[in-house]
Write a protein that binds this ligand. Structure first.
Ligand code: DP6
Length: 324
């Protein structure tokens, strides 16, 4: 009753920020569209063991009891389906910085769900896996799939129609990603806490939710037509809208540092000089630059020169979660 899985991080181009319910179902208030990355991944091993008293989690070699509630949520859903009640030993490792706005919970919970389902010998569709992964972390539902992915907010109170689905294969439009790392430490306010605070206190939150469906439509169309300009337009606007809602929360949420802004300006300068690139930023200070095929080398060089950038990572688009 043991299996391994690898799942990749993903970056949202139209963001998930806010929940429709604050309970364990973790249903998002808005849909989202993302790209799955090739180079940033979590490798997770799950072993169900009748001699264990309780579930255990080791992340990058350290015990992480504070994450156990969410891990247990995914494990319980799968244990119930399999009719198994053994506790599990979960060992996970990321090949990139954890908790610094690089979507480690997305790859982590997608890998956990995929490995646990395999260890229990369950045959679930990717859609079903995404429904389980969502309950560990909303963005993890998207990392079940590769390439361009859409997460449906859904309307059913039981969350059964809040799942991710593939929009387009990675190979059909091989965009490239450059991440400018501007801080290495774990962020102070998690996505979960930040979106909950935004929903509860930001006067801009209702406007953010209302703006999401048209942004999803534009992004879906831009991807289908491979229209880089249109995707750049909607992704930058949607990202700044999410941060606008967060900035207006009480107390305010400012995820950026000076280097984040300097990178944003560098990306705008590049685009003015005809380099096809746009930025997006999640709940952390790293800037993610999405580049048209063939332009990441220029973008990497420019971002590496920005004062305050401590590292630059690159990735192609990648596949969905895979049991090993
Ligand atoms: C800013 O998926 O980490 O990265 O569901 O509470 O675990 P939980 O939140 P999480 O939030 C991701 C927020 C984001 C935008 C996005 O990935 O869509």
């Amino acid at each position: 009753m043991k299996a391994e899985a690898r799942a990749r991080a993903n970056i949202a181009l139209v963001k998930y920020w806010g929940k429709a319910d604050d309970g364990p179902l973790n249903i998002p208030a808005v849909g989202s569209i993302s790209i799955t990355l090739d180079a940033l991944w979590s490798d997770t091993e799950v072993q169900f063991d009748g001699s264990l008293a309780a579930d255990e989690l080791t992340l990058n070699g350290q015990n992480r009891p504070e994450q156990l509630d969410r891990v247990r949520r995914c494990l319980d859903l799968l244990r119930a389906r399999a009719g198994v009640d053994h506790a599990a030993r979960v060992t996970s490792r990321n090949n990139f910085p954890t908790g610094a706005g690089l979507a480690s919970s997305a790859s982590g919970y997608a890998a956990l769900t995929t490995a646990a389902a395999r260890a229990l010998n369950l045959t679930l569709s990717r859609r079903e896996l995404s429904v389980v992964a969502r309950q560990g972390s909303g963005s993890a539902a998207r990392s079940i799939f590769g390439g361009f992915v859409e997460m449906r907010a859904g309307t059913r109170p039981d969350g059964s129609d809040s799942y991710a689905e593939p929009l387009m294969a990675a190979g059909k439009w091989p965009l490239e990603l450059v991440v400018a790392v501007t801080a290495r430490e774990e962020k102070q306010v998690s996505s979960r806490a930040g979106m909950t605070r935004s929903a509860a206190t930001s006067p801009y939150f209702p406007a953010w939710v209302a703006g999401s469906p048209p942004d999803l439509r534009q992004a879906r169309e831009a991807i289908a037509k491979k229209d880089f300009e249109s995707l750049a337009d909607v992704a930058e606007r949607n990202c700044l809208g999410m941060h606008g809602a967060a900035l207006a929360a009480r107390p305010p949420l400012l995820y950026w540092n000076a280097a984040t802004i300097a990178c944003l300006e560098a990306v705008r300068r590049l685009r003015r000089s005809a380099v096809p690139v746009f930025f997006t930023i999640d709940a952390g200070p790293q800037l993610k630059a999405v580049c048209a095929p063939g332009s990441s080398a220029t973008v990497r060089e420019a971002l590496a020169d920005v004062p305050g950038v401590v590292d630059v990572l690159e990735s192609d688009l990648g596949p969905g979660a895979e049991a090993g």
